[in-house]
Design a protein around this ligand. Structure first.
Ligand SMILES: N[C@@H](CCC(=O)N[C@@H](CS)C(=O)NCC(=O)O)C(=O)O
Length: 257
């Protein structure tokens, strides 16, 4: 299948992600087709300790087994075993897969969505906000080339982070309180890539501690969330070495991807 992913870029997990991928390379009924650059579902499988087989996909050379499950060949794609000897069925879209894992493996804690119907629905509002506003805002900001565009995109991105932070539980450290849950997972891979703005766009722009003026408390709460999420073992374990993300993010920053 044709891919826009350039062949010279790295295409397999490295560092701690490679170690984890190797540990999960053995045959299992539940199979995760994944790419080293996309981690939401991998984090949930690790947190829940659900047995799974990790199948690394080279975006430049997708295996036929993936294309038969998901003709678009996107990762993550999950190969879900079915009861009674029925053929396994595919699932894709990371947030949907993660909700499925929470429902299909209820004995594997922690749960990633609240059980209270209102809290569960509210969590989904912020999962959607992170996916539909913050992540695209991240990429728009990184792609901007001229000074005026960069400062507009930065203000938009920080506005989204502020809105997300204002919706967090006051104490935290996580979005919904003490538990690391779906609204955290959905942003975790991007929280780990905020260095891109220092590297390529003259800084992210969040004020230093004590410099936040009327937003001081908001940014304090953001920093508490960021430290908890980026310090989380599962989040660190699924990351590849930064040297391999650099050329990919440089392509974004040069507006080539
Ligand atoms: N919204 C989807 C995004 C899936 C997606 O776009 N995956 C990308 C990686 S970030 C992919 O498989 N790219 C390979 C390609 O386009 O060939 C999700 O959250 O699962």
């Amino acid at each position: 299948m044709a891919s826009t992913y350039p062949a010279h870029l790295h295409h397999a997990a490295t560092g701690s992600a490679k170690k984890l991928a190797d540990e999960h390379s053995g045959e299992q009924p539940l199979k995760l087709y994944a790419g080293w650059f996309f981690q939401r579902t991998w984090i949930v499988l690790e947190e829940k300790k659900i047995p799974y087989q990790y199948i690394e996909v080279n975006p430049y050379d997708k295996p036929a087994s993936l294309l038969s499950l998901n003709p678009r060949g996107l990762v993550p794609t999950l190969h879900c075993p079915q009861p009674g000897g029925q053929a396994a069925k595919p699932l894709y879209e990371s947030n949907i897969i993660n909700e499925y894992l929470d429902d299909a493996y209820p004995d594997h804690t922690p749960r990633f969505l609240p059980s209270d119907p209102y809290e569960r629905a509210r969590a989904k509002i912020w999962i959607d906000f992170a996916s539909s506003k913050i992540v695209p805002g991240f990429h728009r900001f990184l792609r901007c080339q001229d000074e005026e565009g960069i400062s507009k995109a930065r203000a938009e991105f920080l506005g989204y982070l502020k809105e997300f932070t204002l919706a967090m539980d006051d104490e935290g450290p996580y979005f919904l309180g003490k538990g690391f849950m779906m609204p955290d997972v959905v942003l975790a891979p991007w929280a780990m890539r905020l260095w891109s703005f220092e590297q390529f766009k003259g800084g992210l722009g969040i004020p230093d501690p004590g410099q936040g003026g009327p937003d001081e408390e908001v940014w304090q709460r953001w920093r508490r969330w960021l430290a908890a999420v980026t310090g989380r073992r599962s989040v660190q374990d699924v990351m590849s070495d930064r040297e391999h993300y650099l050329p990919i993010y440089k392509r974004f920053a040069d507006n080539l991807a």
